[in-house]
Every structure is written in C-alpha cells, then in structure tokens.
Design a protein around this ligand. Structure first.
Ligand SMILES: *Cc1c(COP(=O)(O)O)cnc(C)c1O
Length: 347
C-alpha cells in the first residue's frame, strides 16, 4: 500500500528503533532525562534559540506557545487557512480564552502586512481586545505546502513587533521550508519569538514536537505543558528517535520534494483531474477531480485503494485531494501512484 495521506504515516527508521532501545532515561518532569535534555539542546541550537522544550504533538506545541504569549481575552492574529485556526479543535479559544482574529491567507501561504496592520487594535481603547500575538506557518499545509520566503516572514514579524505584538511560527514543517528554500531554519525564525516543529512528520520520528524560544519563555512554556498534562516522565525513549531525526533525516527530505514534483507532473496530463504542477516545491500536493470524472469522493478513494494507493480528502464536496510524500515512499512508489490515481479518476 502506497500511503500518501500524510507524512505522519512515516515509521521510525532502524537507527531510531535502536536509539530508542538504548536510550538513557530519567524523569523528565524533574529535568533528569538525559536524552530529552540532549534533544532539547539540539533543537534550540538548530533553531537558533536559547532553549527548547519537548512536547507531545505539534498541536500541543502551538497551544503551549499561544498560552504562554497571551492572557485571557487577548487577541491573536492568524491566517484563515492556518493549522491553528482550522485543524486544532479550537484549543486556543476553548482552553486559552484567546480571541482569534483571522486575516486572509494568500495562495502562497503568506498574509499581507497591510492586513496585519489593519487588524491591530488600539491598546488604550477599552472596547477592544489587546492584540498580543501574530501566528505564522511555514511550510503552509493548506496553501499547497508553500515554503514562505525569509523576506516575507521578516516583514510580517517586523510589522507585529512594531505594534507591540509577539510572533509565533507554526513550523511543523520548518525543515521542509529549510530544504526547499535553501535557507537554514534558524534564519527563517530569527525574528520569531517562538517556534514549534514536528519530529513526527517528514522527519519520521514516531512521536514528538519541540517548542523553541528565549529562556524565560521556555520556562513559561514548561509550566503550560504541565498544566495541559504534557509533562511526560521517561520521555527519552521517544526523544531518542528525535535526536536521530535531527541528525539524519533533515537533508533527505529533498528526496520527498522531488517525489512530490514527480507525482504532480505525472498526474497533471490526466484529462480527468486538475492540478498546477508549478505550485509545488515541497512534499505536499493537491489535485481536484474535474467534470469529466464521474466518481464521488468515496468512490474515487475506493477505486484508488483497489489500485494500491491512498490520499487524503481536502474537500469532499469539491473532490479536492491531498497527497504527501515522505520517508518510506520511493520514486518507484510514485510511478505506481501516478498510474493508480490516473486510472481511479478515469470513467
Ligand atoms: C501537523 C501540523 C500541526 C500539528 O501537529 P500534530 O503533531 O499532528 O498535532 C501543526 N501545524 C501544522 C502546519 C501541521 O501540519
């Protein structure tokens, strides 16, 4: 089965399993797990921040950061297609009492500086919530996996800081952005006050994310992690895989990007689906069945499954699908997936 539903479908590498088996452990809530401590130091160094804290998921990373930056009733500004807004069960609102102010995401995953500036509230006005935080996302999942360029990130971060706000980067796939743009992740988040990234996606670790930022901020983030039930004990058993992920799995994601381009170029000639190969530079692609394909979303998925491949549904009504390449998917798998998708879309 060629599983292109998500890069979360990756299984740990043999080196990860070995590292997990051999990991030196302690109680991480007491700060005594040497493997977690090492992973946190590595992550802080890679992202160019003072400190880091290991958390269970990317969602927890974002939540811990928003809770650490914002007080109850504060406002955070974020893209209307951002993962935090669309795909995290509304946690910033339900758990953080944080007021979300959305601005439109552009197709390239960015948001307009003008829209951010127009959204900032006047701090003296008692009618308004306080504008506290700007959240960015790189690469941008819903916006075609776009890698947002450094200049764009910096312009947005500068605009937020000039208006007294902090900046959080949802960098679940920040290393895909590094690989696609040829710009080190540390530089991409240099002007961000916090960043979260996932070990469990293209980096192929089984579990875990990191939050990186200044020393005081990470102290606050640790407190919120505990409050959310995310203080894990001998977490070194999973952190060990994360160390291997950072050491061995970053640069290889160039192969995932090549495979995604190969996939989208391979399916584009089909008369039964619409996509735009020129959009895709990372490991995520989208395509839509057009009017010449008679199949409903579930029928298409069934036909694809019969042919040995899976993709995820982006919009069941418009028949828009997402395919994500990752560790474990080879160029040969991609050729088989092209044939399967093309055949499944045909009448
Ligand atoms: C996957 C993802 C997350 C959340 O990660 P989980 O580990 O699944 O909670 C956050 N942001 C983006 C952009 C993601 O793609």
């Amino acid at each position: 089965m060629i599983d292109l539903r998500s890069d979360t479908a990756t299984l740990p590498s043999p080196a990860m399993r070995k590292a997990m088996y051999e990991a030196e452990l302690g109680d991480d809530v007491l700060g005594e797990d040497p493997t977690v401590n090492r992973l946190e130091e590595m992550a802080a160094e890679r992202l160019g921040k003072e400190a880091a804290v290991f958390v269970a998921t990317g969602t927890m990373a974002n939540l811990v950061c928003c809770l650490s930056h914002c007080q109850r009733g504060d406002e955070l500004i974020l893209g209307d297609k951002s993962h935090i807004h669309v795909n995290e069960a509304g946690g910033v609102s339900s758990l953080g009492s944080i007021h979300a102010h959305t601005v439109p995401n552009l197709p390239d995953g960015s948001i307009r500086v003008e829209d951010v500036l127009a959204s900032v509230r006047s701090p003296e006005n008692q009618h308004h919530p306080r504008s506290r935080l700007l959240c960015l996302e790189n690469t941008h999942n819903i916006c075609d996996g776009a890698a947002v360029p450094l200049a764009t990130v910096n312009a947005l971060a500068d605009a937020a800081h000039a208006n007294g706000m902090k900046v959080h980067m949802d960098g679940a796939r920040i290393f895909n952005a590094q690989v696609a743009l040829g710009v080190p992740a540390a530089q991409l988040v240099e002007r961000c006050d916090s960043v979260g990234f996932c070990l469990s996606k293209g980096l192929a670790a089984p579990v875990g994310s990191l939050v990186c930022g200044g020393r005081d901020f990470i102290g606050e983030a640790r407190r919120w992690r505990k409050a959310l039930g995310g203080g894990m004990r001998q977490a070194g058993v999973i952190a060990a895989a994360g160390i291997v992920a950072l050491d061995e799995m970053v640069d290889r994601m160039a192969e995932d990007h090549e495979n995604a381009v190969r996939l989208v170029q391979g399916i584009a000639p089909s008369p039964h689906l619409d996509t735009n190969p020129s959009l895709y530079k990372t490991n995520i692609i989208y395509f839509t069945l057009n009017g010449t394909s008679p199949h409903s979303t579930p029928i298409f998925l069934g036909r694809l499954l019969e042919r040995g491949a899976r993709v995820s549904v982006s919009n069941a009504r418009t028949r828009r699908f997402r395919a994500v390449t990752h560790y474990g998917i080879t160029a040969r798998d991609i050729d088989a997936a092209i044939a399967a998708i093309t055949a499944a879309a045909a009448p």
